[in-house]
Design a protein. Structure first.
Length: 212
């Protein structure tokens, strides 16, 4: 598999949103032409704001979208920490998407059960006996370098036997989460990281020059 890393640096958040949404538009178009479906993994944090602003401006066949969560906080949907809750409030009713197009966690289950349940929900959308291959994962990054809920130094980063892992002691609140594991992230056709703000400048400098 070839790896092509492109880093785009822009002036401000508006331009980050525009760049990310251009990529989403072109990747979704190609996926729909080839596969008649677009499978995208969403992240939480600042991406919820970027996508709430940017997605309504893109041209795509929304009926072909299936939206998953690269990580999710195990909290009630009404909580301000629920990533699905944020997208639901921001996008449903604004875009022609339905609730059924989102593959969501069951927030009533403890993290371990919620992770197993999420794997089963994902399995419906991917061929059996191989790693899921998303058309696109939209990823954020914390100042500590975490993406999804894969926190550097945490043993969840070593998990390779399952698609989705629970974490109950995340160093960033809320502590209870589920997350895609590295094998799933690394198997995606496209990963787009949207990273902004001075607190992340150091980690971005480090990661830009890592050889892959
Ligand atoms: O906790 C999380 O953090 C990361 C990064 O968030 P950001 O606000 O610094 O962009 C996010 O990508 C992840 O989905 C979220 O659960």
């Amino acid at each position: 598999m070839s790896t092509n890393r492109v880093v785009t640096v822009v002036q401000d958040e508006d331009n980050v949103i525009a760049e990310v949404c251009n990529l989403i538009q072109s990747i979704s178009k190609k996926a729909i032409e080839r596969d008649d479906v677009f499978k995208i993994g969403l992240s939480g944090g600042s991406l919820t704001k970027f996508l709430s602003i940017g997605l309504p401006k893109i041209d795509t066949d929304w009926s072909k979208w299936r939206l998953f969560f690269c990580d999710e906080r195990v909290v009630p949907l009404e909580s301000a920490d629920s990533t699905y809750g944020i997208y639901k409030n921001a996008l449903l009713g604004v875009l022609p998407l339905t609730e059924h197009q989102f593959v969501k966690i069951d927030p009533h289950l403890p993290a371990e059960e919620a992770a197993k349940d999420y794997i089963q929900k994902m399995a419906v959308h991917f061929p059996p006996d191989s790693l899921p291959r998303f058309h696109l994962l939209l990823l954020g990054m914390g100042p500590d370098g975490h993406t999804c809920s894969l926190f550097p130094g945490h043993r969840v980063c070593e998990e390779t036997s399952v698609w989705v892992a629970p974490i109950t002691n995340a160093p960033k609140p809320p502590p209870s989460r589920i997350t895609f594991t590295f094998p799933v992230v690394n198997n995606a056709e496209n990963c787009v990281f949207a990273v902004t703000g001075a607190t992340k400048a150091e980690i971005v400098k480090v990661l830009r020059f890592i050889q892959i």
